[in-house]
Design a protein around this ligand. Structure first.
Ligand SMILES: [Cu+2]
Length: 127
């Protein structure tokens, strides 16, 4: 069941990324893959768990990574949220936080595990 959920989340993230219009990433293998999902999904204003899954270029789930989440309310200036996600094992990291407003948020996830230091941005529509 869980792998089905992750696959579904992957597909929905691909849709979100594509809808932003700049899908021109180079065809080289990424050194790591960052998947962001939320609970609830789709997210709502209020309490939200941000769930980040990290895997390496071979698809192996990566533990022991520092995972930072930065959020910026796209429709306003100066409304931000950030925090560090906690490792759950299995390449999964969780940050329980609260969003005071719905709407479009730009979520930037940074992962650090030397020599990896990768930042990826997701645009999420909070219902
Ligand atoms: Cu706001």
């Amino acid at each position: 069941m869980r792998s089905l959920f992750v696959l579904g989340a992957l597909l929905s993230m691909v849709l979100v990324v594509n809808s932003c219009g700049n899908g021109g990433s180079p065809p080289t293998a990424a050194p790591a893959t960052i998947v962001l999902t939320t609970n609830p999904n789709p997210p709502t204003s209020g309490n939200v768990e941000m769930i980040v899954t990290v895997s390496d270029s071979k698809g192996e789930l990566l533990d022991g990574v520092e995972v930072f989440v930065f959020a910026n309310h796209s429709e306003m200036t100066g409304m931000t949220m950030n925090g560090k996600a906690t490792g759950q094992g299995g390449g999964r990291y969780s940050l329980k936080t609260a969003f005071s407003m719905g709407g479009l948020w730009k979520i930037t996830v940074q992962i650090k595990k030397p020599p990896l230091n990768i930042t990826q941005t997701f645009n999420l529509d909070f219902k």
